[in-house]
Write a protein that binds this ligand. Sequence first.
Ligand SMILES: [Zn+2]
Length: 249
Amino acid sequence: MVYIMVDPGHGGYDPGASGYGIEEKNVTLKLSKMINEELGHYEGVKVSLTRWDDRYLSLDQRCEIANASGANLFISLHTNSFSNKSAEGFESYVVYGARKNMTNAARKQDIIHGSVMDFLDDAGIRDRGKKEAGFYVLRYTHMSAILFENLFITNPEENALLKDIEFLRRLAQAYSRGIAKAYNLQHKGTTVPENEPVPDYWHVYKNGEMVGFFDYPMNALQSGYYAAKAGLTSNETEVTITYERVRKT
Ligand SMILES: [Zn+2]
């Protein structure tokens, strides 16, 4: 079981950066909750947030929550800001030295940053790169830790995206795909249930004629897969594909 601690930046009387009517603390909380929901579609992963509502947490408290949790990965979510409203893009940080030594955090950063940029590229967002910094939450968490700056809240075009709930949902899905890739998580419904009895196999029949057998447990979701392996297309309408469970003795 992989345990991911998501840290929504800022909160309570610390709004973070703001622009055009929105505040960083609210964007990071929405995005974090969506990542939690999206990771719910995967097996073998547990997710928690350092905060679930609009409250202040010190940087030290965030590290304490993460360190006490036993999480494998800490991801801190922020939005960027700058005095010049044309500043734009997406960037991520691991602690100083991590990229030079290609630590576990840097390897996870490569995968998750890549997955998020695959999505952001299509939205026309610039890649500012994978960087290093001495941010408190990167230095004082005991697990692999990555901090993400999700666009500039001070850039009018990027600010409009951060207000768009559909954009945030798709961004959360890109994070989840990246985390799933980094930890080899299987999407629910694609794995064989652990409690399925193994000592059976299945005959596959096409129009009543046996065309193959499989030495695997099977459930309804996978019948298409086994049919394909037997050289049958699941969309054939003229054929009837049936399965027979055979007891191994
Ligand atoms: Zn921030």
